[in-house]
Design a binder for this molecule. Structure first.
Ligand code: BES
Ligand code: MN
Ligand code: ZN
Length: 496
């Protein structure tokens, strides 16, 4: 898909389709009003006849609208004008994208970006339109022998800006939206791939592929031997039960000043989480192929940074491993030594994410000395209980960093919510036999998991995103969401 911006009046657009909004009930948006006037009241007539109420998400495709230069006009319902905020705007754009994809129009000019969204300017509306269109049109059919691609898919979407002065900021916004969308698509593809194909080795190969595509990226991959040398006893303890070798994948992009410390993104890449010897129940266990979505979001954000050629230094670190039961697997009660030197009593082998991450964090601290580090992980089921599927949980040891992430989330609609990381919660991890246990019992599971990680990030500005509830959806339309790539990319752009 190609996205661009332009200004101009709707009746003069030579296009396969012009898209305009209609509010409830039967109230024309500015652009729709212009078309109506040019066409001698054609739209008003239709609305009076009752063809379109303007309910949010409703669409009506028109052909032969008099005195216009376009082949079609798509009316998109936007709901009540007074309630037209982020969520309604996204719904309207999604309805537009679906209707266009089914219409046979291969290009379109959309005036939805001219609509007044509460508290949002035109660049925001352009960026969001690109992101939401891409999200709506995404399909994962690479493993189907018969693809259900439309006969004439949408190829080009032109988004309108109010005037000529708005063209440059609009173009930048479209470029940003496109980069975020491409990053999200990569994240979704990796997340949706099943565990038999998306293994730690495969993830490492994909990183190397990305480096081949973007010469600005360099990749280093550590296998079990190197992990042994570094003393990564925790990460290795997770991989023990698997026939698949673990990989620590390091992606480095230096787009900033030489010598500037990098921003670090660290991802949990458990390519399948069976729970290990603390085996999970069978129901929905297939979803544990998504347990590498934190890693996938590192891929997505790094890709977006590369595409935007962001002027900053960035390091992405991924701890990739499977978690399976086996004669060689770690057992409850086992005690391992982490790269940091701290020992951990593994009371539950299903709390493997923190074991994989803690060594990745220590590695990041030691070899990259980042200005700040953000880790992403589908870490705890408890996070879904706390926040459901809307917000990522964010916890950290540096308030400005946490606030930067919260802000980036609000800007992009990829929202996070902070949970407390108070010292009091640390007690839950006490162990008689080692420096800490790897679980803290049922209460505040998301917080105690973050407490565990915090013991490996003391020397860094660090924040953790628990994306267990947000990285994928279940049910009929199941699949990876591409979150939190938008949040991360925004966060990185804001650091430039
Ligand atoms: N990957 C899971 C967390 C998870 C479960 C995410 C379900 C999304 C849906 C993680 O490795 C895990 O198993 N966590 C345990 C921790 C517990 C043993 C302390 C959990 O949440 O049950
Ligand atoms: Mn687990
Ligand atoms: Zn897991």
């Amino acid at each position: 898909m190609e996205y661009s911006v332009k200004s101009g009046i709707p009746e003069k657009q030579r296009s396969a389709c012009v898209v305009v909004g209609v509010f409830e009930s039967r109230r024309l948006s500015a652009a729709a009003g212009q078309l109506d006037e040019a066409s001698g009241g054609f739209l008003t007539q239709l609305l009076r006849r009752g063809d379109m109420e303007g309910r949010l998400g409703q669409t009506l495709m028109l052909t032969n609208v008099p005195d216009t230069l376009c082949d079609r006009v798509l009316l998109v319902g936007c709901g009540r004008e007074r309630e037209f905020g982020d969520q309604a705007y996204n719904k309207a754009v999604a309805a537009m994208a679906s209707a266009l994809q089914d219409s046979g129009a291969v290009e379109a000019v959309s005036y939805l970006t001219d609509l007044p969204v509460k508290g949002r300017d035109n660049p925001w509306r352009v960026r969001t339109a690109v992101q939401t269109t891409a999200t709506t049109l995404y399909r994962f059919d690479q493993l189907k022998s018969r693809k259900d691609t439309p006969r004439r898919p949408l190829r080009k979407l032109v988004l309108t800006v109010p005037g000529r002065r708005d063209l440059a900021p609009g173009e930048a916004a479209a470029r940003e939206g496109q980069a975020i969308a491409n990053g999200m698509d990569l994240t979704r593809d990796l997340g949706n791939l099943p565990g038999n194909l998306c293994t730690p080795t495969y993830l490492a190969e994909r990183a190397e592929q990305l480096a081949a595509e973007y010469p600005a990226l360099s990749v280093e991959v550590l296998g079990p031997k190197e992990m042994e040398t570094h003393g990564m006893g925790a990460l290795l303890s997770v991989a023990r039960g698997s026939r698949q070798e673990p990989r620590l994948i390091v992606m480095r992009y230096d787009g900033g000043n030489k010598g500037d410390k990098p921003h670090a993104l660290v991802g949990k890449g458990v390519t399948f989480d069976s729970g290990g010897i603390s085996l999970k129940p069978a129901a929905a266990m297939d979803e544990m192929k998504y347990d590498m979505c934190g890693a996938a979001s590192v891929f997505g954000a790094v890709r977006a940074a590369l595409e935007l050629e962001l002027p900053l230094n960035l390091v992405g670190v991924i701890a990739a491993t499977e978690n399976l039961p086996d004669g060689n697997a770690s057992k409850p009660g086992d005690i391992v030594t982490t790269m940091s030197g701290q020992t951990v009593e593994i009371l539950n082998t299903d709390a493997e994410g923190r074991l994989a991450l803690c060594d990745a964090l220590t590695y990041t601290e030691r070899y990259h000395e980042p200005t700040s580090v953000v880790d992403m992980a589908t870490l705890t089921g408890a996070c879904i209980i706390a926040l459901g599927h809307e917000a990522h949980a964010v916890l950290g040891n540096h308030h400005p960093l946490v606030n930067e992430l919260l802000t980036a989330g609000r800007d992009t609609g990829d929202r996070a919510w902070e949970l407390p990381l108070w010292e009091e919660y640390q007690d839950a991890l006490k162990s008689n036999f080692a420096d800490m246990a790897n679980v803290g019992g049922r209460p505040a599971g998301t917080i105690t998991a973050a407490c565990f990680l915090s013991r490996f990030t003391r020397k860094m500005r660090w924040a953790h995103l628990d994306i267990a509830g947000t990285a994928w959806t279940s049910g009929d339309n199941k699949g990876a969401t591409g979150r939190p790539v938008a949040l991360l990319t925004r966060y990185l752009i804001d650091r430039c």
